[in-house]
Design a protein. Structure first.
Length: 154
């Protein structure tokens, strides 16, 4: 069941859209901000608020890679896999990040601290290779620097 606060925020967002369905991504982001991810139950609750079926809303959720449909770690690490980052060592960066975070690509560490995900582009080609931890963009990241970055995220 959606919380009173989630409903209030979603209703406030609806005034900016021509239809309730058009607010689906923002509504899911609201739930995700409160809960960390969008569960099947919350997806069903959202679908009824947005006059959609749960399957329609799930189709939207699975299209956008920043809507998390399963639990994630306290910190999400996105490693850029764009051509520029790849050419400048994204594979080595991803491998070292997996070791340092204790998780594999697409997985969450056993302690629930980190989720490691590939991301097609972080928009930092001029500072490749790049990664993002939560909302913090880190550019020109040498794999050795990962060990210095992760302790900032307890």
């Amino acid at each position: 069941m959606l919380s009173t606060e989630e409903r209030r925020e979603i209703e406030a967002e609806l005034v900016h859209y021509p239809t309730r369905q058009a607010a689906s991504v923002d509504a899911m982001k609201i739930v995700q901000r409160h809960r960390g991810w969008v569960s099947d139950e919350s997806l069903k609750d959202l679908a009824s608020v947005l006059n959609m079926t749960a399957d329609e809303l799930d189709g939207v959720a699975t299209f956008y890679n920043m809507i998390f449909r399963r639990p994630i770690g306290r910190h999400v690490i996105l490693v850029c896999t764009s051509v520029t980052c790849w050419m400048l060592g994204a594979d080595r960066l991803r491998a070292q990040t997996a070791i340092a975070s204790g998780t594999g690509s697409g997985q969450t560490s056993a302690d629930g601290r980190f989720t490691l995900l590939p991301n097609v582009c972080l928009g930092a080609c001029d500072h490749a290779p790049a990664l993002m931890i939560d909302r913090d963009l880190h550019g020109d990241v040498d794999p050795d620097r990962v060990d210095q970055l992760l302790p900032r995220y307890p």
